[in-house]
Each structure stands twice: as C-alpha cells, then as structure tokens.
Write a protein that binds this ligand. Sequence first.
Ligand code: SF4
Length: 382
Amino acid sequence: QCSLVCPTGALVEKDDTEKVLDALQDPKKHVIVQVAPSVRVSLGDAFGMEPGAIVTGQMVTALHLLGFDKVFDTNFGADLTIMEEGTEFLDRLQHGGVLPMMTSCCPGWVSYVEKHYSDCLPHLSSTKSPMSIFGAVAKTYYPKAAGIDPKDIVTVSVMPCTAKKFEAARPEMGREGRQDVDIVLTTRELIKLIKYVGLSFGQLPETDFDSPLGTASGAGAIFGTTGGVMEAALRTVCDKLTGKTLERLDFQEARGFQGIKECTLEIGGHTLHIAIAHTLKNAEILMEQVRKGISPYDFIEVMACPGGCIGGGGQPVGTTNAVKKKRMQALYEIDRNLPVRKSHENPVLQVLYRDFLGEPGQGKAHELLHTSYNAVPKEYRF
Ligand code: SF4
C-alpha cells in the first residue's frame, strides 16, 4: 500500500501502517515496538507542540493505546551497539586492524559505501545498527525470557528514516527465514496512526518504557544527532583504554552542526584522531582520503542526513535548521537527566551479556550483533 506524497503523484512513499494495524488485530501475535532516539523529540511537532518538545512519556502511552503489547527503546539497542563497536574499535587499535574504523549505524551511509567506495568496505564497523541489534535480541533473548514462541512475535520499529525499511529487509538481518525487524514505520507514519485512532496526543498521561528492553543510558539517547554516536563511543572507549571510570562525560568536540568536526584525544597512552561528518557530500571528502590511504583519522562517524537522524527523511515535513537545533538540544537534555550516561554501565545490558550474550565481540554476541556488507556492482548503481 502506497500513499501519495507529491502533488503530481510522480513520487510515492512506502506506507506500512496497514501492516501494523493487521498485526495489532491478530490475537495470536505478540507485537512489540521499539522507538528510535530522535522520534521522541520530533513527534510533538505534529500535535502543536514547540519544536524539540520531549514527548517520550506521551509517545509510550500512545503506543500502548494503539495496542502494542510491549513498548521498548531503541536507545537500549544503541547501548549494545556501543558495547560491540567500542570493543571492535579497541581490538583494531590494539591489534593492527583496519583503521580508520567507520560507524555503520546509518543505512544511507552504508549503502553509499557499498555503491561508491566498495574498496573501503573493510573500514566499516561490522556492528549492526541499534535498530537491527535490538531486533536480533527481540527475536532471540526476549522470547526466551518472556516464554513466547519467537514465531508469534512481530517486531515493529519507529524510525526517523525511510532507509531503515531497506535495512530491515536485508537478508543478513534475520535468522531461520524470519527478519529480526518485521515492520518499520517512519515518524510520519506513527503520526498518521495516532491521528487515525483519534488520540489527543497532547493530553495523554506519561508512562515509562516497558522492561526489560526499555532501560537505556544517556549515551544511547544522543545517537539521534550528528556526533552523538562518536560521543557515546568515546565515553566507553576512554574508560576501557584507561581501565578507569572517567568523570568526563561530555565531548564538546563532537557537538554542533559543522559539516566535518575533528579532534585529537590523548587517552590511556594512545593518541586518537577522530572525525565526524554529516551529509554524504561531507563524507565524500573523508572517503577520498581513506581511499588514497592518507586519512589521518582512527575513528570516523558518518550520518547521511543533515544534522543526523533529527533531520531524517522520515521526520515530519518542514524540518528547518532551527527545528533541528531544538531537537539536538532536547537530546542532550535527555542525556543530562539520566542516571546512567555510559552504555557499558547500563544495568540491563550487563545482565544480558552475563546471562545470554557472553563477551562483547565473541561467540553469540558476534553471531547476533554483527553483520557484513556487499559491494554493489556498477550495473546496479543509480
Ligand atoms: Fe536514516 Fe538519515 Fe538517520 Fe541515516 S542519518 S539513519 S539515513 S535518518
């Protein structure tokens, strides 16, 4: 089912709201939903709230009223991504692996590398995105813990992103013939569903995410903005490199809207050269250095959309730079107000590794939480 999104009808947007409604009406299905970090600071725009309003509690209530059995947090998946990506980076740094390592949580960016820089694929982190990591846990650990047949679980994700629909459908992102994420809705599609059932969003009471997969750190929260993935990773990497619990939480060097940000950090006897880019135009500048073997960096973050996911293609129409700034500030506010702000200190994540995943980057954790990439032949590029 497609809905028209341009006045001439020349462009259409994939609409999966009916699939979600069908799943919610099937009494045999246990339907769970995860929500990306940036959705909670953009959803309010559609209901007359100030740009950047933090509507986490109302959003969770709305999802329960829509009929979801459990409402979980992609930020928990982001914490897992940091555990795996941080471990992978340290391994590459300390054992002569391929550097610079590049983040891989943005499907627009991954697809760009697969198409235009396939010679550089070994630079991409093999760690799955927060959405796909969450999906893998939701279809393995969660049914076991909840005593539900994995076949009866439907996983829905609400994303700021149209490209996440493509990521969820990749054959690598599933097991035993089933995808880890069954349906992806954009922020716009969630708005449509909330309006369809006639909820007065602004009047809804606030509720918390469900447990166990709804507990996340502040590091997970800032994934929604350019620089957020790098800052979250540095909080964990710096602790691991020094073997200490560092007091430093904020990495101002990673914040702001500059197209390319760079910094050098002296940590635990290592000098780390970092770069962060948003938009593929800026990423291209960094990629030409990587391709020529002259990149001065150890770790690079790229997000394809301007500002990162706060400016994603699935967000409410009419997102200006001023609106993105408000959303960015809101994500940092969520981070500041959380009791745990480093991914590796998330207590639920620690239990998950202890009881189910084992050591980060090894065994079951590697099997479920990592992926691989494919060069796209020239004839299939557009
Ligand atoms: Fe999707 Fe854009 Fe976010 Fe990348 S930056 S994950 S393309 S919304």
